[in-house]
Design a protein around this ligand. Structure first.
Ligand code: UD1
Ligand code: MG
Length: 459
């Protein structure tokens, strides 16, 4: 039997007060909609249909996935109308359609699988997920008759206080239905107060006809919908907790899990210690026994084992070998690769450069478009002058080189293995291996100059 997935993502998201489509708002670095897509992919559906309207082009561009069929809902006439639009893309008469909202990023694939298997096992016409949480508002409420049969869903704003007391089960907005159920969409009546066709109204239509409709309880945490910025924050908090708890289970120490933010695609090895106020983002891989000190942000990077990232350091799309130390206050910009046991220290910026094993740049340097060998010492205040105003040029520094402090290296230039560059040099020519490059005016000491000056000032 074919499975089709339909994700409803056309809504305006008015309550977000944003110029960006609601489903593109990010939770731990990923648009909300992507979470729904990733979850339904695990059901191996024949098709994934995403219904869009507000910001359709922006959504298509951001999601950029040829496996998705986007359907345009011409007018925002409610969730019932949104599914009706998706119906044209469902080309099977014996399929199961899984429908979910694009604004509920906490849903787990396992929960969808369970819904689908219950739906098929009990041969239901329509199944959906329910939950209870007395503290939440804004959700549809499930009505049952004396025999506990589901007879309808009524939206929060259309429910009386008495009904709220009687019926506590809420609608998660996640459904599995047989394709025949879709024929009911044409029969939905517009809700006169909101001007929308509610998908939830098919529950009553089907139940009245005697179709088998069932609700299955699921963890409240998973079905939190995001309609406001506050809910966006709450969902982020839940997801972050989920990610960090799993890492802690696998042997990672977090000093303060509430102030570390770790994206879902990150992996961290055993016995690594993560200090507070840290952001570990994208497809970052951190090895074993690493220490990440406060204020670090690490994005799409790969760290070996026993790497130390000291306070207030930014690492973007870079690689760091085993045993290296970076920071405090360092910045590795994209495409930098640091070897093993290297040291990149205070206020050092590195861009698109390869730094060899055991090399040290401990203070105040800019190294851009450089290829630097092993065991090189880069003195404080070294600058690779890589930009001539039009183009970028490469600096090559061989293994074992010693660069004295306050040196400018004007690229393109090559400093041979084992060479020394004296402090304060401006290197504009290649330096042969083992040579000393020195470029400074000779120092002159004027005897008793200060005493004579004082006498001059007095008279
Ligand atoms: C909906 C359900 C409610 C449920 C809740 C769970 C309805 C009528 N109500 O309410 O019972 O408890 O989800 O989160 O279905 N959308 C469209 N086209 C539209 C309108 C909405 O595609 O014309 C999309 C939205 O982008 C959103 C989803 O459908 O992703 C749900 O819409 P939303 O307005 O957030 O519905 P809720 O009020 O949350
Ligand atoms: Mg919603």
């Amino acid at each position: 039997m074919n499975t089709f997935a339909v994700i409803l993502a056309a809504g305006k998201g008015k309550r977000m007060k944003s110029s960006k489509p609601k489903v593109l708002h990010e939770v731990l670095g990923k648009p909300m909609l992507q979470y729904a897509i990733d979850a339904v992919k695990r059901l191996n559906p024949k098709k994934i249909i995403v219904v869009v309207n507000t910001g359709a082009e922006e959504i298509k561009k951001r999601i950029n996935d040829e496996k998705i069929t986007f359907v345009l809902q011409k007018e925002l006439l409610g969730t019932g109308n949104a599914l009706l639009e998706a119906k044209k893309e469902i080309d099977s008469s014996d399929g199961t359609i899984v429908v979910l909202n694009g604004d509920s990023p906490l849903i787990r694939a396992e929960t969808l699988k369970k819904l689908l298997s219950n739906h098929r096992k009990y041969k239901n016409a329509l199944s959906f997920l329910s939950f209870t949480d007395e503290n939440l508002s804004g959700y549809g409420r499930i009505f049952r008759d004396q025999n506990s049969r589901v007879i309808g869903i009524v939206e929060d704003k259309h429910t009386t206080e008495a009904q709220k007391k009687e019926f506590k089960e809420l609608n998660a907005g996640v459904y599995a239905m047989q394709s025949e159920a879709l024929s009911n969409l044409g029969k939905l009546k517009i809700n006169s107060s909101s001007g929308e066709y509610y998908l939830t109204d098919i529950v009553k239509l089907m139940s009245d006809k005697g179709d088998k409709v069932e609700a299955y309880d699921c963890p409240a945490e998973e079905v939190r919908g995001v309609n406001t910025r506050l809910e966006l924050h709450q969902v982020t908090e839940v997801l972050n907790k989920r990610v960090i708890s799993k890492l802690m289970e696998d042997g990672v120490t977090f000093i303060d899990p509430q102030t570390s933010f770790v994206h879902t695609s990150v992996s961290i090895g055993k016995d690594s210690v993560i200090y507070p106020s840290t952001y570990i983002e994208g497809n970052t891989v951190i090895g074993k026994e690493c220490v990440i000190y406060p204020g670090a942000r690490i994005f799409n990077s790969k760290l070996g084992n026993k790497v130390t990232i000291k306070d207030n350091t930014v690492i973007e799309e870079s690689k760091i070998g085993d045993g290296s130390q970076i920071g405090p206050f360092a910045h590795l910009r994209p495409h930098s690769s640091i070897g093993r046991n290297a040291k990149i220290g205070n206020f050092v910026e590195i861009k698109k450069s390869a730094i060899g094993d055991g090399t040290k740049a401990s203070h105040l340097s800019y190294l851009g478009d450089a290829v630097i060998g092993k065991d090189v010492n880069i003195g404080a205040g070294t600058i690779t002058c890589n930009y001539d105003g039009d183009r970028k040029h490469t600096t090559v520094i061989g293994s074992g080189v010693f660069i004295g402090s306050d040196t400018q290296i004007v690229a393109p230039v090559n400093i041979g293995k084992g060479a020394y560059v004296a402090a304060g040099a401006t290197v504009t020519k290649d330096v042969p291996s083992n040579a000393l490059a020195i470029s400074r005016t000779k120092q002159e000491n004027i005897k008793d100059w200060a005493i004579k000056r004082k006498e001059r000032v007095k008279s």
